[in-house]
Every structure is written in structure tokens, then in C-alpha cells.
Ligand binder design. Structure first.
Ligand code: ATP
Length: 307
């Protein structure tokens, strides 16, 4: 395995001038994303998550610090190579209504990324677009439609197809399910998990929802006022959060919160287990996730109704 992180933010700060006031959205953020890893960025509104995501895909230029892609500091590269590197990073936005161009057919919107990647024959592009639509759970013939002909969940699938079309190494997903109905959210999360299977795609997954992040992410970084205040493997953060702010976030999710550990059965959702709930009894010294993953659990599909 290549140990160079696919993405590295090194001491990144970003300030905005707004109404004569300087807003420090990011204050010296350093993080690494490994190949094939899903890193969750969690924090309250205004903590700097979206700014971090936008810096990671080159939509914002940092005020300070360096962005490295595949080990190369972007600032030091010639413009053409820089653009090439940035094509490795694609973004999925929260709102699938505003992220698609209402005036362009779906085929064109997904196909543009393929064209930019060097696929020049539109017959080949159309074939790839149709394959991608099937891959995200839509139909080949949907390619000829416009965005308004789809539901919110379907639009998010289209946005995901567009993001993965140029075969990026990194996808930054900024609250990709928070604008969707709860029933659709799980399907979109499952799709993101599926797209990553067996490959080396990495996700930077931004959310304010600890339950969603816990389900999807290998590691979690917790943001507070433009800084990362805590980071580590998902199980470690959930079971042994150090920062009071992280504990507050966890307490907001009783299902995976510390209060549920101990001999009392806990209802948990696990990364890579779809939307199944597990009822686990946790022995002292073990984490909820360890207990659930050890197989010492009762799988309770639809157990949401339990108190
Ligand atoms: N273009 C901008 N101009 C001025 N201020 C900005 C700009 N973008 C972000 N900010 C400010 O930077 C801070 C961080 O914003 P950011 O959107 O990154 O936070 P967030 O954690 O993603 O919040 P949310 O969950 O509400 O999207 C906020 O105070 C925000 O108002």
C-alpha cells in the first residue's frame, strides 16, 4: 500500500472579509487522508467544515498553509499540472437542486467530466454516462432528461455520478444527505459505500450528524471554531472522546453515545452494515463497536422502534 496520503492539508488557514470584519473560518488545520480511507469531518454549523471541503477541492485558496495531493504541494506545481491534480478531487454538495444546471440534459452534465478527462468521442462518452447512471441506481434512458424531471434523491444520485465520472481519487461529500428525506438518506449512504468497494477511492465526508459519520467513516476529525480539536479512528472517538465538544456531539445521539455502554444492551448502526441495527451487550473493557463486530450481537432489522 502506498503510504503517501492522497490528500494532505498542512497548516491551512482561511479568512474571509465580510462587512469590514475578518472571519477566521479555518485556523491552522492539518489533516491527512489515506488512499481508500473515509475521513469524517464533523462539527457544528459555522465550525469551518464546508470551507475545509472547498479548500480540499481547490474552490477556495487558503490564506495560509499548503494543500498536497498525492504528496505534491499544489502551490509549487505549474498551472497545467495543478489543474490535473485538482481533477483528482471532486465534490458532492448538500443541495442536489442547486448543484445541477437546470438547463442541461443529464448526459451533458455527467459527460463533461469525462470530456475533461480526455474522452473525446461523444458516442463513447454517452455509453459511459449510461453505465454510470446504472451504477448509481438510475436508468440508461434517464440520460436525455433534465434535472427537474427527477426527485431530490435521484438528483443526488446524478450529482454522485457526475462526481465519480472522471474517476477521481478523492470525493469530498459536503452534507450529501442532509437535504434529503430520512428514508432516502440511507439509500444514498449505501450508494456511497458501494461505489467505494474494492477500489482506492477516498472520501472526505462532511456532516454535522455523528450517527451518519459513525456509519460511514474509518476515522473522524472533530472541528470546532475553525480548528480540529480531536481526531482518531471512529470506534476510539465514539468510545473514548476526549474533548467536551465531541462528547456533546455524541450525547446528542443516544444510540451510539457512551451512556449506552456497559452491560445494558445498546442499539447501534455499524459502518458497512447498511441500515441494519444491532443489539449488542458490551462487556467491560470492550467498545460497543468491538462487541458488535465480534459477532456477539443480535441483528435486529427494523429495531428502530425499540426504546
Ligand atoms: N465566502 C464567505 N464569505 C464570508 N464568510 C464566509 C464565507 N464562507 C464561509 N464564511 C464564514 O466562515 C465560517 C465557517 O463557515 P463554513 O460554511 O465553512 O462552516 P460549516 O461548518 O460548513 O457550517 P454549516 O454546517 O452551517 O455549513 C462561518 O462563520 C461562515 O459565515
Amino acid at each position: 500500500m502506498n503510504s503517501v496520503p492522497i490528500l494532505k492539508l498542512d497548516g491551512i488557514s482561511k479568512s474571509f472579509l465580510s462587512n469590514g470584519r475578518t472571519i477566521h473560518a479555518l485556523n491552522g488545520v492539518t489533516l491527512e487522508l489515506a488512499r481508500g480511507e473515509t475521513l469524517g469531518i464533523i462539527g457544528e454549523s459555522g465550525s469551518g467544515k464546508s470551507t475545509l471541503g472547498r479548500v480540499a477541492v481547490g474552490l477556495e485558496t487558503p490564506t495560509q498553509g499548503k494543500l498536497h495531493i498525492e504528496g505534491d504541494p499544489l502551490d509549487d506545481l505549474p498551472a497545467a499540472l495543478r489543474r490535473e491534480k485538482l481533477r483528482q478531487c471532486q465534490m458532492i454538495f448538500q443541495d442536489p437542486y442547486s448543484s445541477l444546471n437546470p438547463q442541461l440534459r443529464i448526459a451533458r452534465q455527467i459527460g463533461e467530466g469525462l470530456y475533461a478527462r480526455g474522452l473525446l468521442d461523444w458516442r463513447d462518452i454517452n455509453e459511459r454516462v449510461a453505465d454510470l447512471l446504472e451504477r448509481v441506481g438510475l436508468k440508461r434512458e434517464h440520460a436525455e432528461r433534465y434535472p427537474h424531471e427527477f426527485s431530490g434523491g435521484q438528483r443526488q444520485r446524478i450529482a454522485i455520478a457526475r462526481a465519480v465520472a472522471p474517476e477521481p481519487a478523492i470525493v469530498v461529500a459536503d452534507e450529501p444527505v442532509s437535504a434529503l428525506d430520512v428514508s432516502i438518506q440511507a439509500q444514498i449512504l449505501d450508494l456511497l459505500i458501494d461505489l467505494k468497494k474494492g477500489g482506492t477511492l477516498s472520501y472526505l465526508f462532511i456532516s454535522h450528524d455523528m450517527a451518519v459519520v459513525a456509519r460511514l467513516c474509518d476515522r473522524i476529525a472533530v472541528m470546532y471554531r475553525g480548528r480540529i480539536v480531536e481526531s482518531g479512528p471512529t470506534a476510539a472517538i465514539i468510545e473514548n472522546a476526549q474533548h467536551p465538544y465531541t462528547r456533546n456531539l455524541l450525547d446528542a445521539v443516544p444510540r451510539i453515545g457512551r451512556r449506552r455502554t456497559g452491560r445494558k444492551p445498546a442499539l447501534v448502526q455499524l459502518p458497512d452494515h447498511g441500515r441494519q441495527d444491532f443489539l449488542v451487550t458490551v462487556s467491560p473493557g470492550h467498545s460497543v463497536l468491538q462487541a458488535a463486530e465480534s459477532g456477539n450481537n443480535v441483528n435486529l432489522p427494523g429495531a428502530n422502534a425499540l426504546p
